[in-house]
Design a binder for this molecule. Sequence first.
Ligand SMILES: Nc1ncnc2c1ncn2[C@@H]1O[C@H](COP(=O)(O)OP(=O)(O)O)[C@@H](O)[C@H]1O
Ligand SMILES: [Mg+2]
Length: 227
Amino acid sequence: MTVLEARGLEKTYRGRGKSPLRILKGVSFSVEAGSRVAIVGRSGAGKTTLLNILGGLDAPDSGNVFVDGVPLFGGFLAGRRRQRLRARKIGFVFQSYHLLPDLDIVENVLLPSLAAGGIARSGARARALDLLDRVGLSGRVRHMPSELSGGEQQRVALARALMCNPELILADEPTGNLDSLTGAEIMDLLFELSESGTMSLVMVTHSAEAASRCGTVLRLDSGTIVQ
Ligand SMILES: Nc1ncnc2c1ncn2[C@@H]1O[C@H](COP(=O)(O)OP(=O)(O)O)[C@@H](O)[C@H]1O
Ligand SMILES: [Mg+2]
């Protein structure tokens, strides 16, 4: 079963007085349920642009992304419904963690459940606490992000990504800001947590070792995918 399909994605950045930058020139691929896909390529190749479009955080100029067959862009899916679909089915992990600084770590983990709607409050909090326990932070639940190390913040981000039990995790260089030992721990944890059978992982990484643990490696080069 295909969980995610990118079809003919094109993206050009245009700035006033600057020559247009064609980043994606027709990117197509699909991701099967339960599979792991690494996206590699040189810095500036457009990996982050692609990942943001796959998750509906940015829009392509043309082409579309289908999540369980439902198009993310255009058509009948208005902004709010797209946001809920995204929150229910996709978990995000960013290179620089992107935790909200004014919320404690339980509240950060709870955020996707608010965006997804429809999860009972007490159940959601219990799940957030359970996830924080699974990432080894049960003793820190009242802490603020600024009181945690980078690796600990990324653990919170992993718990947050899993909050709505997504079908798909999109991770953009999740260990890019961490020292190699901490990065390896986070990578192990990410693989372990995403091992629940039907969950798929699409990860941008510079680590050959991490890419080799994925069933599929896609190289983004000159705006197209080279398998
Ligand atoms: N919002 C933007 N406006 C203009 N150019 C951008 C924007 N975002 C990214 N770029 C440019 O697009 C190219 C691809 O960026 P990015 O997707 O971040 O690449 P990667 O993640 O592979 O390093 C880079 O040259 C970058 O400078
Ligand atoms: Mg990037």
